[in-house]
Design a protein around this ligand. Structure first.
Ligand SMILES: N[C@@H]1[C@@H](O)[C@H](O)[C@@H](COP(=O)(O)O)O[C@@H]1O
Length: 241
């Protein structure tokens, strides 16, 4: 595990963007695993800038997103599809047909999970970007007695819905379920880049990286990955210093 603690967000985002840039420069047809949440927005801005400056192209790249809410249209302002369009995809040259997303509006959600798993099996992820939930979730793999390996439908924890309620008009509008890649699918990525920012994540960062490996903190399973890079700001990394 390779942990870096950055003084400011700009440096953290720049270094994270450099990892993606280097990956695409060495393998233009790389498969990138994307994450949502507030944490990677700065990184996506950097990638947009690098693309505008002609330093990076996504023309041959492919992306898989970790998760999507169940029951939100793609065009809904809070769907993760729309998040990715807004923060990255609309600003870069990735072909639409190279963008992989779970469809949270699928009539048969089980079949949709199988479709996603099949695509993941065919195109292994080179670099998987991850954020961290306050309860240790990655993607939408919530703490539980058992974790599911592959893509599946999850019921969101009240605390996760609460944390994401700030993006919706009211708590009632926050979806109750999501489709998420499983922890097994995440761990299959060749390189994982975990980014965490903020004092409110300091305890969970410590538990995830230094605590016992337990399904009660899904991110702790990342400790078993052979190539895990962790980028933290000083606040999130406070307990590691
Ligand atoms: N499904 C996403 C996660 O992938 C993300 O890591 C988490 C943290 O979000 P934030 O970066 O806003 O704290 O939010 C959501 O629950």
């Amino acid at each position: 595990m390779d942990i870096h603690i950055f003084r400011d967000h700009d440096a953290l985002d720049e270094h994270a963007a450099n990892i993606i840039t280097q990956q695409l420069l060495s393998v233009p047809e790389s498969v990138l695993g994307m994450a949502t949440g507030s944490t990677p927005i700065g990184l996506y801005n950097k990638l947009t800038e690098k693309h505008a400056a002609g330093q990076i192209s996504f023309r041959q790249a492919f992306t898989f997103n970790l998760d999507e809410y169940v029951g939100l249209e793609k065009s809904h302002s809070q769907s993760y599809y729309e998040y990715m369009q807004k923060h990255l995809f609309r600003h870069i040259d990735i072909p639409t047909e190279h963008i992989r997303f779970p469809n949270g509006m699928a009539e048969d959600l089980e079949q949709e999970c199988q479709r996603y798993n099949k695509m993941l099996a065919e195109q292994p992820i080179d670099v998987q970007l991850l954020g961290l939930g306050h309860n240790g979730h990655i993607g939408f793999n919530e703490p539980d007695e058992e974790l599911v390996q592959e893509t599946h439908v999850v019921q969101l924890e009240p605390s996760t819905r609460q944390a994401n309620a700030r993006f919706f008009e009211s708590m009632d509008e926050v979806p109750t379920h999501a489709i998420t890649m499983g922890v097994g699918s995440i761990l299959k990525a060749k390189h994982i880049l975990l980014i965490v920012k903020g004092e409110d994540k300091a305890d969970i960062v410590y538990q995830a990286l230094k605590g016992p490996i337990t399904t009660q903190c899904p991110a702790s399973l990342l400790q078993t990955h052979p190539r895990l890079t962790v980028f933290l700001d000083e606040q999130a990394g406070r307990r590691l210093q």
